[in-house]
Design a protein around this ligand. Sequence first.
Ligand SMILES: [Zn+2]
Length: 353
Amino acid sequence: MTSSGASTANAVSPDSGEHWSAEGAWQVADGIHRIPLPLPLDGLKAVNVYVLETDDGLVLIDGGWAIEAARSVLERSLRQIGAGFADIRRFLVTHVHRDHYTMAAVIGGDHGAPVSLGADEKPALDLLLGPEGAAQEAILRGLVTAGAGSLVEGWRRAPGDAPDPAMWRYPDTWLDGDHSIAVGARTLDAVHTPGHTPGHFVFADTSEQVLFAGDHVLPTITPSIGFTAPAPIDPLGDFMASLTKVRTLPDLRLLPAHGPVAPSSHARVDELLAHHEHRLTLSLAALAHGPATGFDVAHELGWTRHERSFGELDLFNQGLAAQETKAHLELLVARGLATREDTPVGVVFAPVP
Ligand SMILES: [Zn+2]
């Protein structure tokens, strides 16, 4: 899940010469291909799965959303490089969100290819695999703590948001802490990058000079922050610390999960850090008008790159915006610039006098 407005700017990917979501196996580097898979929701258009060839078969980074249309596109695209599902030896999944994880879980299970996922995604899977409705209730609680209790009934009624138990299972192995992973002759640095989700990982191939960035660093949009169940305390602080960590890697070609290939991980990390610093400044300024929830402050900010007003957003994005604003306010608390108080209508923030 991502927010802040998909853009058509720079959407032509240098590897394909076409819109980045165009079907195919697009060669990014020798033995590395980008395969965009369709998503059922409009906003993001597609998710990129990356295929790494080895002498022994294929390793896939992310799997896509387990829908029939995406499974067919993946099958056709693999055929372009002379391969099929039976050639997949392993899935490395950047994070637990369904557009990345669920098809890896399904195809990996069908074909005996182990699936690896960040260990800190386990609480989210515990909820998804727990009692019916537990995951949705946790998500709705997140809305309430952000002061967006008025959106709860609309979210509850939204179609298609109940998790489909058939596409969820635990991974075969957990990725825990920063470590390296041999993929054929390559070595990937698996780097834990909490923020968008607590167990997010990126994978760097520094000899090939590419970064498989998942949703941590996206070229034209910013990943949603604060839309996680169970909710971490300071997801934006986590995210910005993870951006700073990725900034200490060499400057790499950015291979994102959504959007075209981009030339510089450093350049995009710098833009994302500046974007959130700016939002932190605006959020602190908004608190000067009086104690407020994330929902309240979100009304005073512009949304998407078109600076839309909160009221112009749809119900779903209003909820994301309230929670992302709460994440900014929580980081202001962590920085000693604001105070927080839990109340029945959500966490209320105030500036430090
Ligand atoms: Zn995603």
